[in-house]
Design a protein around this ligand. Sequence first.
Ligand code: FES
Ligand SMILES: [Fe+2]
Length: 417
Amino acid sequence: MNNPIDFQSSLTESVGLSTGPMPTSLYTDPTQFELERERIFRRAWLMIGRVERIPKPGDFFVKELALFKASVIVARSEDGNIRAFHNVCAHRANVVEHRSCGNAKRFVCRYHSWAYNNAGELANVPDESGFFNLDKKKCGLTPVTLDVWDGWIFINMAPAPEVSLVEFLGPMADAMANIDYPNPDHPIVMRGEFKANWKAVADNFSEAYHVASIHPRTLAPIYTGKGNPFCRPISANLYGAHRSLSLWLNPTYQPSDKSKVSRWLFAADQTITGTREDGQINAIVEHKGVNPTKNENWSSDINWFFPNWHLQISANLFWTHEFWPTSSNTTVWEARFYKRKPTTVRERLQLEYFTSHMADTMLEDLGNIESTQVGMESGAKPFIVFNESEILCRHGLEQVIKWTAATRVNDALAQSV
Ligand code: FES
Ligand SMILES: [Fe+2]
């Protein structure tokens, strides 16, 4: 093994974070949540999808943002540009598009058939002469600020964003730019609503301390082993408001050969990490931002873009988690695992096997996330404590505290560790 992990020194302290307990009220206080909505989610750039989701002119998807009581259409216009609009008609404010995705030259409100082109302009009004001084140019769909970075589509819900997307991403943009993502047009989507604060959901997917305890059969054989029984991270980096962590791989891991069927269904990239015998490892591992210490016993990286999405990368695969609050103690979670399109029956079955394996894993997480929220809301513990392995959770909370205190975005970014 090269680059052995030094478990004696503290990652948390080495990157300048505090080590004290953190207040539980950050997860339970409705006033805190209101502050987060206005000072974090309404001011931060929010990732809502990849460009491959809408490759052709007219392709669109609708993002429901319960947090803002908003629905946003994201569309590729005829000129090839991607734009976002509030999904609200200029006539009497009905919702215009009721499909979640599709291809449309026009978005037609079904109430009185006002029609908008896919650049958001009002194109047709039935019985137009019956209106009073109607200026159609001023009656387009209301734009939402949108920008694209490295194939990722972001929106900003501020009336006028205080900083650009690149300024917001800061050092994370430098570290993670120009990654050649494998299979970016073929995600397996998992979605669910958790009865927990968005940070409690995000925390779960940000640490591997729980792996040995709640995933003994699904993930622990891959991520833990002799020399690292509690799945300590290899390294961690803080990038302004954002953060990343590299996880260890058990070098002796082999898929079970107890069952011939499961062996047959086990693709080389079956696990989220792949296996060490897999000869088809993607060039993604060469990128400077991926496994930054280039540790030989690396399994995957968790990159947590503030505030609410993860971009996770392994040698064979990348996947994302989005955490969208719907109230102070409910969250919509959406995950996308980008997998190769199957070309044979066996590959199709392997994909199903992968999906059910991941679903089993997620179910192991689910109960614990929700019961954590129950425990926090009891008020029995005004503070929680974080292990070294939970460094991303700690940095996340520190950023939440900074952003909710800062009256200007530049102050929040300037204060970032
Ligand atoms: S509300 Fe949309 S056409 Fe009337
Ligand atoms: Fe988990």
